[in-house]
Design a protein around this ligand. Structure first.
Ligand code: SF4
Length: 316
């Protein structure tokens, strides 16, 4: 897929094309229709939303979360689903970055009449990410993204559940998922891979809110173009820690491959979706969810990863 200059017309009408996809060129209006239809079809095909659900959207203020907020609300209205919907943002405490995305999200939610709840890592754990990571990295060599990921998953699940949500929507797109598949493959982590897919998780559990990914089949570039064409106010700023993680290297590698061999990322997702039922079956037979003995939140072991990080900070 690539963006066009002013040379080509839409394959469906005579308007100027804004994008070239494998199945043809699309003008602005036909691209917007195509993108929205793809998201709505994903929701239907994987039965991501039920009319009885209470929906929490894990938002960051970035392009993916604004898109998913807007389109889930549109899907509910289009299908006359009377579901409650709210957005939840975790402020990890990343100076020079998170305060800007929070502002963008606040104005977007106000404009679109979506309730917004905020939770801060500082209030919950006593430290911002900026304060915690030098201590944790010194003791464990963990990167900021490892800490951030553990905190975010913990807080999003906890506060979605506390607010009565039955589904937790995330803005993960096809690129994010392809990166996660390859990361788990490279690290031989089939257990974590089994938790991927358009609807995450393997088993129902009263302490876990099931995560759904309506943008699962939308690429990063498509989402970016959608945001630009819709005129959503988003700054496309990058987190200062984004280049430090393992994921950033996988992302660059996949982008490089995609440029040389079109369809690489879609190929990863198609193969993964074929394998996913087998992975889930295997994990269902062996995996057990425990309760953390310190905070009583769900955990893989006796103490959850968030409490382990807190222990390192206290002893560091
Ligand atoms: Fe957190 Fe890393 Fe994402 Fe920054 S790039 S928000 S530290 S996961």
């Amino acid at each position: 897929m690539w963006f066009l200059g002013d040379k080509m017309n839409c394959s469906k009408c005579n308007e100027k094309a804004v994008i070239c996809l494998q199945h043809g060129n699309l003008c602005k209006q036909h691209f917007l229709n195509y993108f929205e239809e793809k998201v709505f079809k994903t929701i239907k095909k994987y039965q991501l939303i039920d009319r009885k659900d209470k929906i929490c959207i894990a938002a960051s203020g970035g392009k993916d979360s604004l898109t998913v907020l807007y389109l889930v609300k549109k899907y509910l209205q289009k299908n006359r689903f009377n579901c409650d919907l709210f957005a939840l943002i975790i402020d990890e405490g990343i100076e020079g970055y998170r305060e800007h995305t929070v502002k963008d999200l606040e104005s977007f939610c106000k404009k679109n009449e979506i309730e917004l709840k905020q939770v801060s890592s500082k209030k919950e754990f006593g430290y911002t990410l900026d304060e915690a990571y030098p201590i944790v990295t010194k003791e464990t060599k963990k990167k900021p993204c490892n800490i951030c990921g553990v905190w975010r998953r913990y807080l999003i699940n906890k506060y979605a559940r506390k607010n009565g949500a039955t589904k937790l929507v995330t803005g993960h797109n096809l690129d994010d998922e392809a990166q996660a598949v390859i990361m788990n493959l490279f690290k031989a982590n089939t257990k974590l891979a089994a938790h991927l897919g358009p609807m995450s998780g393997v088993q129902e559990h009263p302490l876990f809110v099931r995560r759904i990914k309506p943008l699962y089949l939308c690429t990063e570039k498509e989402t970016r173009l959608y945001v630009i064409l819709k005129g959503f106010e988003v700054k496309f700023t990058e987190c200062p820690y984004a280049q430090e993680g393992y994921r950033a290297q996988i992302r660059d590698m996949l982008n490089d491959f995609e440029q040389k061999y079109k369809g690489t990322k879609q190929g990863i997702i198609n193969s993964f979706l074929d394998l996913l039922p087998l992975l889930k079956e295997k994990e269902n037979e062996t995996g057990e969810i425990s309760i953390c003995e310190k905070c009583q939140e769900p955990a893989n072991q006796t103490v959850c990863n968030a409490c382990k990080i807190s222990e390192v900070i206290t002893n560091g």
